[in-house]
Design a protein. Structure first.
Length: 153
């Protein structure tokens, strides 16, 4: 037999005949309005982000991704597609910095497949190698483009 607590409006175990205990001071929640110091710090943080040069917004990143899907993605191989997507995701300030071995691991492909894909993407105009890294030279740097050179979109 399960009894219902009239005060709390919930079912109670027949063995437990009293409502759950509420800690002292926790019966009322604090107000949800942020204080002025927190609010001004948040505004300053947003202003700093906006003034930090040429950063793309989320809307711009989705526009570029949509252009890529609509105009360029259809003719790519799996390796080319995975390489472009990984490099696009890693793009900060217009440049993607990644080692070919890291791209290969993340894409589940061989390093040779990634090298071939980078060459194909570069020929198609979807990728520009800004700096070719290597042993004791650091990671390579790439610039990623959403449309082919001769795209009609």
């Amino acid at each position: 037999m399960v009894a219902k607590c009239a005060e709390w409006g919930r079912r109670m175990d027949p063995i437990e005949s009293k409502p759950p205990a509420i800690l002292e001071g926790a019966a009322t929640l604090p107000p949800m309005k942020p204080n002025k110091a927190t609010l001004s710090a948040s505004i300053q943080k947003d202003n700093r982000r906006a003034s930090q040069g040429d950063r793309r917004g989320a809307g711009d990143r989705f526009r570029i991704l949509n252009d890529f899907v609509d105009c360029s993605m259809a003719d790519l191989t799996r390796a080319e597609l995975a390489t472009w997507m990984i490099l696009y995701r890693d793009t900060r300030d217009g440049i993607a910095r990644a080692a070919q071995s890291d791209i290969a691991t993340r894409a589940g492909l061989s390093e040779r497949a990634i090298r071939n894909a980078i060459g194909s993407l570069e020929q198609a105009g979807l990728l520009q190698v800004v700096y070719r890294g290597g042993l004791n030279r650091g990671v390579s740097r790439y610039k990623v483009f959403p449309q082919r050179k001769q795209a009609s979109c």
